[in-house]
Design a protein around this ligand. Structure first.
Ligand SMILES: *[C@@H]1O[C@H](CO)[C@@H](O)[C@H](O)[C@H]1NC(C)=O
Ligand SMILES: *[C@@H]1O[C@H](CO)[C@@H](O)[C@H](O)[C@H]1NC(C)=O
Length: 427
């Protein structure tokens, strides 16, 4: 159970506080006992008895006073210490910080920059990209691809692609302060698109992050969801025919780059089930998807924003910490075995997790809908997909959301300076 260790950590911290304050509180009490004892010897037996009664009564009062003092003292200390989170496990932090797939990704990026599209997956992306451009210029006949490669449009895209990929790769590192930059990086461009020029660094007053779990069908949250200032939806899950359950308003469409890769085959990369004006925020699953990005970015009217790689790294570490913790606690196995159990190099946070993180950065209040599962509910409200994807650890992510809702637990890798807004999880 993920929460057990957390609770233990919390109570340890609490006990530690009491023992630290105990000496202060004990001093006046033990002093008064020392003063009472010599007095007792010099007085006659009858009065001695009375004195004992008084003494016991006094002790009783003192105990009450002491308890009162203790709780006042503790209360003020606890208030002062709220920002100091319960301890995180240093071993887990160390393991979670290691990116197993890093070397492989670096090689992949270098190959792409060199124009080497060796592996099959990347080749497929490349071919569909060429076909798209080809389609744009002349016709769909892919047998005539070689001429496409020499086309000026292709060449321009090629340069753009190399530039964005290179910038992205260079920025990719751990920097927890990125959370405080999300408003500037993502909300301000969206505000500008919506004609809100003077909004500066104001966050959304409230946000609903709408996951795609089938549990949404159990309730009618549509109106409640739409009452938030901003509504973030995931991976183009459709809302038609589900408005009563999931609402109809969309402020940000959050997707992974696989979704855009599929959209890239359509005319003008159409990828807007919520309307052509809705901005898209996308994280990159494979560096090769920057091919789709360069082509689609210029044909989209609304912003197509790629998440900062430092934000991606942060999300990756947080989820990995929770996954490692769960693995060790539930299987009793060694941390080293986590990788083979979770396909280490492919392990990834889900789109929902990063959308929640985004909301933490750009909203004053966050409501989470459609996350979680139940035996009776479908995996997705809008599809018949049965199984969950193996490369995600949804249970670990739920543990993370519960810590957010709790509001007092330390979240690994987040900087102390970043204030987590209140989070409510709707079941
Ligand atoms: C941290 O986690 C590791 C691995 O689960 C465990 O062996 C170790 O005892 C934990 N340390 C503390 C201080 O809880
Ligand atoms: C994407 O398109 C927008 C609007 O056309 C443009 O301002 C921006 O520079 C483009 N981004 C890249 C990386 O080319």
């Amino acid at each position: 159970m993920p929460n057990v260790l957390g609770e233990k950590d919390g109570s340890d911290a609490f006990n530690f506080k009491i023992s630290r304050f105990w000496p202060h509180l004990a001093i006046p009490n033990s002093c008064s006992v020392k003063h009472a004892l010599p007095m007792k010897r010099s007085i006659r037996p009858l009065f001695g008895f009375l004195l004992v009664v008084v003494f016991v009564a006094t002790l009783g009062c003192r105990t009450i006073v002491r308890r009162g003092l203790l709780s006042i003292e503790l209360e003020s200390r606890v208030l002062v210490h709220v920002p100091t989170p319960p301890l995180l496990n240093a071993t887990l932090l160390k393991y979670a910080a290691v990116d197993i797939g890093e070397e492989k990704t670096k090689q992949e990026i270098q190959q792409l920059l060199d124009g080497n599209f060796g592996s099959q997956a990347r080749h497929r992306t490349f071919v569909s990209w060429r076909r798209f451009i080809h389609h744009d210029i002349t016709d769909k006949d892919s047998r005539r691809l070689p001429t496409t490669i020499r086309s000026p449009l292709f060449y321009r895209y090629w340069l753009d692609f190399r530039k964005v990929l290179n910038d992205w790769a260079r920025k990719k590192r751990f920097q927890p302060g990125i959370m405080s930059d999300l408003t500037r990086l993502l909300k301000i461009p969206i505000d500008r698109h919506n004609g809100l020029v003077g909004s500066n660094h104001r966050r959304y007053s409230s946000c609903a992050v709408v996951g795609n779990s089938g549990i949404l069908l159990n309730r009618d949250y549509g109106e409640l969801i739409d009452s938030h200032e901003a509504v973030i939806r995931l991976n183009n899950a459709r809302v038609e025919k589900f408005q009563k359950k999931v609402g109809s308003k969309t402020s940000i469409s959050f997707v992974n780059s696989n979704i855009l890769h599929l959209c890239a085959r359509r005319a003008e990369c159409y990828c807007h089930p919520y309307g052509a004006n809705v901005p898209i925020v996308m994280y990159i699953c494979q560096p090769a998807h920057f091919l789709d990005y360069t082509v689609c970015n210029s044909s989209h009217k609304a912003p197509l924003l790629v998440t900062d790689p430092r934000f991606d790294v942060l999300c990756g570490r947080i989820v990995k910490y929770y996954s490692l913790k769960r693995f060790v606690e539930e299987t009793g196995k060694a941390l080293e075995e986590w990788s083979s159990a979770h396909d280490g190099a492919l392990f990834h946070y889900s789109s929902g997790m990063q959308a929640v993180m985004l909301a933490l950065g750009i909203c004053d209040r966050v409501s989470i809908f459609g996350f979680g599962k139940s035996a009776s509910a479908r995996h997705h409200y809008h599809t018949n997909q049965k199984a969950e994807l193996h490369l995600h650890d949804y249970e670990a992510e739920y543990a993370f959301y519960h810590d957010l809702v709790d509001g007092h637990r330390a979240i690994p890798f987040l900087s102390d300076k970043f204030k987590i807004p209140p989070v409510v999880l709707y079941h």
